[in-house]
Design a protein around this ligand. Structure first.
Ligand code: DQA
Length: 144
């Protein structure tokens, strides 16, 4: 099984940005957790982060035919990007949306998730562990 993990804008600033919301652990620590989880589960993984909407759309498109599923934290683009929603719909791969914080309990503008409309599951408010849960969910619900 092969999955792509896509992280949106400002997630490269983890550890520095708003630690009371996102914690003290760095983006490198998040990548390590993802790689360790996938290695333990026998899953091949590509992890990417971009601050650019178009690069995220390119990554989603490139997953078609090459990956069995997507884990995506579109970060702020979650709440704005119909283009990312359309890309997820276009490739129609099983996708799980992850948010480190619980977006349902934050500002009203974070209550809308466009990307989530194309995802089979949303995991929010579980910290970095949400990524591990998303990977395990994709493995358990793998389409053959
Ligand atoms: C986030 C939540 C978003 O609202 C925010 O813009 C982020 C991170 C999260 O992981 O909790 O950048 O996606």
């Amino acid at each position: 099984m092969k999955i792509m993990v896509i992280n949106g804008p400002n997630l490269n600033m983890l550890g520095l940005r708003e630690p009371s919301i996102y914690g003290n652990e760095t983006y490198a620590a998040l990548e390590k957790l993802i790689h360790e989880t996938c290695a333990a589960e026998g899953i091949e993984v590509t992890v990417m982060q971009s601050n650019h909407e178009g690069a995220i759309i390119d990554a989603i498109q490139s997953a078609l035919g090459n990956y069995d599923g997507i884990v995506i934290n579109p970060a702020a683009f979650t709440h704005t990007s119909i283009a990312i929603l359309d890309a997820l719909k276009a490739v129609a791969l099983p996708a799980v949306e992850v948010h480190i914080s619980d977006i349902t309990k934050r500002e009203p503008f974070r209550q809308i998730s466009y990307a989530g409309l194309a995802c089979v599951k949303t995991i929010a408010g579980e910290g970095f562990d949400g990524y591990r849960q998303a990977i395990l969910f994709l493995k358990k619900n793998r389409r053959d």
